[in-house]
Every structure is written in C-alpha cells, then in structure tokens.
Design a protein around this ligand. Structure first.
Ligand code: DI6
Ligand code: FE
Length: 411
C-alpha cells in the first residue's frame, strides 16, 4: 500500500493571523493558505508561495474567501466544573452585599463546595459539558479547568476526572490545575494548618500520582490563603516537579505575584492590586500575567490591573474567562477579549495574542497559539472582514468552524 504524501487539508484564499512577530500587525497574511497533515501545520503563508497546484498538495481543498483564520483560542483559566449556580448571590450583590461579605457569611465559594460535594462525577460532567460547549462555540480549542469546589480528596478527584472527561468527550485538550487551596472548608474552621497539610501532604501527591494534575494553583487572598500557606504548597509542587500558577492580588496585595514568580510560575492571574515589585519579579521570571476582565466586570471592580507596567516590563499578557459560578459566569472567551479591550484598554491585537499564544504559554504549551509549520493544527475560522471585529462585536456568533489537532470540531 502506498501512503498518500499529500496534506490532509488545505484552506485557500483566507486571511491568516499567524501571530508571528514578522513586523506586521497580527503577523497577518492577507491572501493566505494553510495546510496540515497528521495534526500538524505543514504550511501557513501566502497563496502565491504554495509549491504546486492545491489538489497536488492536499487531499481536501477548500476556498474560503472572506474569512480569517486564527490559532484556536486557549482559555487558560476556568473553574467550569461545578454543580448548581450562584444566581442568588448575584441578586444579593445587586442589593449591595459585597463578594467578601457573602463569602464570610458562609456563601461564596463554600456554597458551590456544598453543591459540588453532593454531585457524582457523572452529574458534574452532565452539568459542566454545556459550559465547555459554549466556549468551543466561540473558538476555544484548549481549555484549562481547575478543581477547588471539592476541598476533600474524593470530591477534588471527581472534579478533575470530570474535567478530563470533558476533553475526551469533546475531542479537545483539557489541562487541569489542582486548586485545593481555594477556600477553607467549614469543617476545618479554626484548623487552617491541618487543612493545608491535607492539601500538601495527601491530596496533591495522590492526585498527581493519578495523573490528574497538570499544574498547581492557589487563591492567595484575605478570604483565601496567606502567602506562607501558598508557599508551603509551592514547595510541595516543586518537589513533585509540577509547575505552579497563582490567583494573586485580585482583592488585595499579599505579594502573590512576586511569590509565584520566585517559584518560576507559569502565570499570575487577576493582578488588579499588583505593584511595581510584582511586575518586575514577573518580568524576570517570565511569568505570564493572566487578565480576567469577567470577574472585574461582575464584581463592578474599579481598579484595573497595571497594563502599562506589564507593557513597559515586557510581561506577556493573557486573557481568560475565569468561568466560575461566583465572580465570572462568563461563557465566551471572545467576550472576555472584548472586555479586556474596553475595560483594561488592551489593543484587539494584544487581546488576541492574550487568548492564543500567551495563553498557551500560561499553560506551559509551546506547540500552539501561532500559525506556523510544525505547530498543532488548532485553528479557528471566523466570518469577519477585519481582525479587530473579534473584540468589537459584543455577543453573536462569528465562528465558522474550528479544528483541533487537524480534526474538525463538531459542535
Ligand atoms: N478567584 C476567582 O475569581 C474565583 N476563584 C478565585 O479564587 C471565584 C470563585 C467563586 O467565587 O466561586
Ligand atoms: Fe479564578
């Protein structure tokens, strides 16, 4: 049997946002072509540079004028596995209660913990899949999902397993982060140290052993965990060879950004209260700043993260949904990109880099997020004339189709 040497698929007459630093905004190629084989991009460049007749080059050829192709979007920060919802707290906040007041009164994260603990793995999957599908419908091809609503070994395991099953079910890459230090479970009131020990000495090693953990995260905050407690966890993660990231400086400055940078962290996330020291430490360590405008919007926050300082110090910025039941019930990464522009004043190009190449970096992934030969064939094809439209339209459906590892995503 002879093997067909041609590419699997070739798209012609498309715009390409390669996001390579080639001196052109978006690394754009206006009259482009992109071909792939065995899940990897074989060619991405001008149609005029194709080395032959399209049908000699590829088994399937499609001409799609009037579309732009971007790398598949990467949502690098979500808490999308959970049971029930917190619409009631939304109403309470509209009546004037603050997120922190609700949390301290036994609501907030802990109320999602109650519902999540009561749910089976199948039930978690059933409730979470539609949320993942909503993200896919908006061009997402790689998805990070955190634990953190179980806060006991079995419930954290069920969350992480449900997260992995979402990836299998939808044929996409799901990366999991263990967020055992998300909130102090009520049964540990007054015994903080015991809970931190449970997380560091029992939960993390066993879940890592089961290969359910790609990275380790914590909520370093007044209503979460202290810098010292976070550091205990990071030491354990380092010993296990797992990368770290951190919810840092969302509501106050506990020095989390500098701390996670000291541990070579992949990312520091939120960062509304980050000062110059934090920014400098992140720059030195190459830690990505993950901006989460959905939480900023939903909490009616007024203090944006220090975007200018990140630019000045060359800290890569990513944008993510933070999809969660409390502070960011946001089901569209494209909308998060638009919010990053309007609320944080990112340029649309920065927002697109933030949801592709920089988001991939925030997950430690170098094989996606740009359109170049050798990269994974993760693509989103958009019905837009101009690339800034991706951030400009608020809602609506702009995605024509998407491809993961060279396979068409079926929505
Ligand atoms: N920061 C957040 O934005 C979410 N978790 C966190 O550590 C909020 C989670 C929630 O309120 O359920
Ligand atoms: Fe979060």
């Amino acid at each position: 049997m002879t093997v067909d040497p041609r590419w699997d698929h070739l798209l012609l007459d498309v715009g390409l946002a390669t996001l390579l630093d080639n001196g052109v905004p978006y690394g754009a190629v206006e009259h482009g072509a992109i071909g792939w084989r065995d899940g990897r991009i074989a060619f991405a460049g001008p149609v005029a540079e194709l080395a032959g007749e399209p049908h000699d080059l590829a088994r399937h050829v499609e001409s799609l004028p009037g579309t732009w192709v971007t790398p598949g979007l990467v949502d690098c920060h979500t808490h999308l596995v959970f049971a029930s919802d917190r619409a009631q707290e939304f109403e309470q906040r509209l009546e004037g209660a603050s997120y922190e007041e609700i949390a301290r009164a036994g609501g907030g994260i802990v109320s999602s913990v109650r519902a999540t603990r009561a749910a089976s793995e199948d039930e978690l999957l059933r409730q979470s899949l539609p949320r993942a599908k909503a993200l896919l419908a908006d061009g997402v091809t790689t998805l990070e999902i955190k634990s953190g609503y179980g806060l006991e070994p079995d419930a954290e395991r069920r969350m992480l397993r449900a997260a992995r099953r979402i990836g299998e079910e939808l044929g996409i890459d799901v990366r999991t982060s263990f967020l055992g230090l998300h909130a102090l479970p009520p049964e540990y009131a007054g015994r903080r140290d015991d809970y931190v020990s449970l997380v560091c000495d029992i939960m993390l090693p066993s879940l890592a052993e089961e290969e359910l953990v790609d990275a380790v995260d914590a909520f370093c905050e007044g209503i979460g965990f202290t810098a010292e407690e976070t550091e205990r966890l990071f030491k354990k993660a380092a010993a296990l060879g797992l990368p770290v990231k951190l919810h840092a400086e969302q509501l106050s400055d506990l020095g989390g950004a500098a701390l996670v940078a000291r541990y070579g962290g992949l990312s520091a996330d939120h960062l509304e209260w980050t000062g110059d020291d934090g920014v400098r430490a992140m720059a030195e360590a190459g830690t990505v700043a993950v901006l989460l405008p959905g939480a900023y919007y939903a909490l009616r926050d007024t203090r944006p993260p220090p975007v200018d300082a990140f630019r000045r110090h060359d800290v890569a910025m990513a944008v993510a949904t933070d999809l969660n039941p409390g502070t960011s019930p946001l089901l569209s990464l494209r909308l998060a990109m638009g919010m990053a522009c309007t609320l944080f004043r990112l340029t649309p190009e920065e927002a697109l880099r933030g949801a592709t190449v920089n988001a991939a970096r925030a997950l430690g992934l170098a094989d996606r997020g740009t359109l170049a030969a050798g990269q994974r064939a993760d693509l989103a094809v958009w019905n837009v004339r101009h690339l800034p439209e991706l951030c400009y339209w608020i809602g609506g459906n702009l995605l024509r189709e998407s491809w993961v590892g060279g396979e068409r995503v079926l929505l």
